[in-house]
Design a protein around this ligand. Sequence first.
Ligand code: HEC
Length: 400
Amino acid sequence: MRHFSLVDFSVRRPKLIVWTAVAITLLFLTQFPRIQTDTNPKNMLPETSDVRVWNNEVDRFFSLYEDTIVVGVQNDADVLNRETLGRIARITDEILTLEGVASRDVNAFSTITNVSTEASTLKVGPLMPGVPQTDAEVDAIIAHIRRWPGQKRPTAPSPDRIAGNVPRGKTLYERHCAACHGTNGEGGHGTGVTLSRPRSAPILAPALNNPGFLAAATDTLIKTTLIHGREGTPMRSFLKQGLQERDINDIVAYVRAFEQLPPPPGARVLESESPVLVRESPYSLKRTVEKVQAAVGAANMRLIRVQTLDQGFVAEGKENQGQIIVYSCDFAFLNEALKVDPRVGLFLPCRITIVQQADKVLVMSINPKRLSRIFNNAELNEMCEQMHQVYIDILEETVL
Ligand code: HEC
């Protein structure tokens, strides 16, 4: 008896084979619309990862959408004037018409529901029903906002100084604070409370010798923290723990004196030339994008997607094809960095931007060394340096 041969069978029954292949292809095609692309870097972390679990919890709790966009308006001469309010109303109207925007959750002067009492009846309506036409109407809005409970006329923080005895403060600091905040105010290991940090993690004592903290915190803020403590954290009121106001003043003066010392290694900031790394490409825009993709692969990063800079912000088909972003990620590295400080997530996934400017094609990325200033975390510095090298390699490889 002869063995069954698929080749012989196919040659004898060509029609059957072709129709079977067509049927299988069609079967797969029916599944095509169900294919989903998920490029959210969060979902690339293990499901049990602290960052992902906590982030999901926050999303659920606040019914958040995947993306929330906050638009800030700055006008040194004050935003509450007819022209700026008019512009805000126009921008809001435009935003409401964008596809994909959850319009019921757009909060702006012209959309936010304002509840007030007028002649003992409840009045519910938008805060700014139309663009104010007269200065009197603007004043009415301002007066109304000021009436909201807890609203005080904003005052600039006074550069207050609390006088105290520094050497005495040092002794007290060493006895009462150093165990948590470190001998030199360098803080506990790791980072403090952040939005994406799991609540179950211990609250760490922040660095007090951090130049960013000292520049932002007034003496009064430090003193108030010592007097009242921070409820629900290990930072307890020192007044209740037996210190006198005079002791507290001395400690404040000592903490302030950290400013005079050279920045500690824990707050070392990497030197960086500029916030962006830029190279000029000798190739066309299209070829440069291809070369970036290849260079990303060579750097052992996974390519996530390639899109125009303005995709999603302008009508489909109207995107500027002269500005392209290549997104990529190194997941092992990402996981390590997020463990040190979840704020790293703000800068992810990694992106390389390619733009056509007149007859030049530029390839650029952020300079990760600059991030070191924002994080103020010596542990992250090494990672910032590594990322800096990875970006440089990709840019150089691209323009080679
Ligand atoms: C048991 C540990 C512990 C001790 C002791 C302690 N702190 Fe704290 N401190 C913390 C923690 C934790 C926080 C963060 C609280 C929070 O998240 O609001 C904090 C917050 C602070 C802040 C606010 C920092 C900021 O960024 O807002 C200051 C200032 C401060 N501590 C100063 C001191 C001083 C000065 C002493 C000594 C008199 C002291 N602490 C003693 C744990 C401690």
